[in-house]
Design a protein. Structure first.
Length: 209
């Protein structure tokens, strides 16, 4: 339920050469994993996409699993830095959900971010997938953070009377993830941030900032 980053280009020019190359590799892997999934992307293909030798790729990432971990960590780092960087956001329910709408709007403008998450989270349901621990932890963390935001709205009496706050975080995550799948399949028919804002309006009694 995503930036100055590998997704928006390689590392800044003042980065050491090794760090720039590492950022370029993460960028290429981000694209490959989002398009064909983790299992179908080979290290040989990734090396070619980065214009490095396989040995050069292995110098930075000895295994495909380590590269996958770097891609997932980079995606999350970007989201946290640009949308949820302040701890106050998680404690203020209105700010949290306003940030969530901005994040969804950003993702809609960057389809590979949505594709990466959809493809890898689906693959990671397999017990032996290397990204499974990441996604299990990510969903647990997201549910916990979102429920804190919901609890804040409850304390401030900002939820509409019909809304049951218990388990609301899991319901909201399911809504957002389902919305992303629909958008990937029919991008012209679905406006994700607009749908999310309208859905939240049916739950929250005041306008979001």
């Amino acid at each position: 339920m995503a930036k100055t980053s590998a997704r928006q280009g390689t590392a800044p020019r003042n980065y050491p050469k090794g760090e720039r190359r590492r950022a370029q590799i993460i960028e290429a892997a981000f694209t490959a994993f989002g398009q064909v999934g983790y299992r179908n992307a080979s290290m040989v293909q990734l090396a070619a996409a980065c214009d490095v030798s396989r040995a050069g790729l292995l110098h930075h990432f000895p295994t495909k699993e380590s590269l996958l971990e770097a891609v997932l960590e980079e995606r999350e780092r970007q989201d946290d830095a640009h949308f949820f960087g302040s701890g106050a956001v998680n404690r203020d329910g209105l700010e949290y959900f306003a940030s969530m709408i901005r994040l969804v709007a950003h993702n809609q403008a960057n389809p590979l971010i949505v594709s990466l998450f959809a493809v890898l989270s689906g693959e990671a349901t397999a017990a032996d997938h290397p990204a499974r621990p990441y996604f299990v932890a990510r969903y647990e963390r997201t549910r916990r953070q979102m429920q804190l935001a919901v609890d804040d709205l409850v304390r401030r009496d900002l939820l509409r009377p019909h809304v049951d706050a218990s388990g609301l975080a899991a319901d909201l995550i399911a809504f957002i993830d389902g919305l992303q799948i629909q958008w990937l399949l029919s991008p012209d028919a679905i406006d994700m941030p607009d749908h999310l804002r309208k859905f939240l309006h049916g739950l929250i009694s005041v306008e979001l900032p």
